[in-house]
Design a protein around this ligand. Structure first.
Ligand SMILES: [Zn+2]
Length: 79
Protein backbone atom coordinates (compact mmCIF):
# COMPACT_ATOMS: atom_id res chain seq x y z
CA UNK A 1 0.00 0.00 0.00
CA UNK A 2 1.11 3.52 -0.77
CA UNK A 3 2.10 5.36 2.37
CA UNK A 4 2.17 9.13 2.44
CA UNK A 5 3.88 11.04 5.13
CA UNK A 6 2.42 14.31 6.31
CA UNK A 7 5.15 16.27 4.54
CA UNK A 8 4.40 14.61 1.19
CA UNK A 9 0.68 15.10 1.67
CA UNK A 10 1.16 18.83 2.32
CA UNK A 11 3.53 19.09 -0.65
CA UNK A 12 1.08 17.39 -3.03
CA UNK A 13 -1.85 19.40 -1.68
CA UNK A 14 -0.01 22.72 -2.12
CA UNK A 15 1.24 21.75 -5.58
CA UNK A 16 -2.27 20.94 -6.80
CA UNK A 17 -3.71 24.07 -5.15
CA UNK A 18 -1.08 26.40 -6.63
CA UNK A 19 -1.36 24.75 -10.05
CA UNK A 20 -5.10 25.42 -9.98
CA UNK A 21 -4.53 29.08 -9.15
CA UNK A 22 -1.96 29.34 -11.95
CA UNK A 23 -4.37 27.82 -14.48
CA UNK A 24 -7.14 30.22 -13.42
CA UNK A 25 -4.73 33.16 -13.62
CA UNK A 26 -3.55 32.27 -17.11
CA UNK A 27 -7.12 31.66 -18.26
CA UNK A 28 -8.27 35.00 -16.88
CA UNK A 29 -5.42 36.84 -18.59
CA UNK A 30 -6.11 35.09 -21.91
CA UNK A 31 -9.81 35.95 -21.64
CA UNK A 32 -9.03 39.55 -20.69
CA UNK A 33 -6.70 40.00 -23.66
CA UNK A 34 -9.19 38.33 -25.99
CA UNK A 35 -12.03 40.56 -24.85
CA UNK A 36 -9.94 43.72 -25.00
CA UNK A 37 -8.75 42.93 -28.52
CA UNK A 38 -12.18 41.98 -29.88
CA UNK A 39 -14.25 44.64 -28.17
CA UNK A 40 -14.97 47.72 -30.13
CA UNK A 41 -13.10 50.81 -29.07
CA UNK A 42 -16.29 52.86 -29.34
CA UNK A 43 -18.31 50.88 -26.77
CA UNK A 44 -17.86 49.81 -23.19
CA UNK A 45 -20.14 48.20 -20.62
CA UNK A 46 -21.83 49.71 -17.59
CA UNK A 47 -20.25 48.32 -14.43
CA UNK A 48 -23.60 48.08 -12.64
CA UNK A 49 -26.13 46.74 -15.15
CA UNK A 50 -23.94 45.70 -18.12
CA UNK A 51 -25.62 47.94 -20.66
CA UNK A 52 -23.55 48.96 -23.67
CA UNK A 53 -22.43 52.58 -23.57
CA UNK A 54 -20.83 54.67 -26.27
CA UNK A 55 -17.39 56.01 -25.54
CA UNK A 56 -17.50 59.65 -24.45
CA UNK A 57 -15.46 62.07 -26.55
CA UNK A 58 -14.87 64.89 -24.13
CA UNK A 59 -15.24 63.62 -20.57
CA UNK A 60 -14.39 60.24 -19.15
CA UNK A 61 -17.44 59.91 -16.85
CA UNK A 62 -20.73 58.93 -18.47
CA UNK A 63 -24.17 58.38 -16.94
CA UNK A 64 -25.77 55.06 -17.85
CA UNK A 65 -29.17 55.53 -19.58
CA UNK A 66 -30.48 52.25 -18.11
CA UNK A 67 -29.62 52.49 -14.42
CA UNK A 68 -28.35 56.06 -14.07
CA UNK A 69 -25.04 55.14 -12.47
CA UNK A 70 -21.90 57.03 -13.31
CA UNK A 71 -19.30 55.05 -15.26
CA UNK A 72 -15.71 55.98 -15.90
CA UNK A 73 -14.31 55.01 -19.26
CA UNK A 74 -11.23 52.82 -18.95
CA UNK A 75 -9.34 51.89 -22.10
CA UNK A 76 -7.20 49.22 -20.44
CA UNK A 77 -9.77 46.49 -20.94
CA UNK A 78 -10.86 44.03 -18.30
CA UNK A 79 -14.01 42.15 -17.47
ZN1 LIG B 1 -26.09 50.80 -16.05
Amino acid sequence: MLSLTLAWFVFIYLTIFLAGILVLWIGYEMLRKYLSSTSSSQHFLCRICGASLTKPETNTILSCPSCGSLNEYNDQGGL
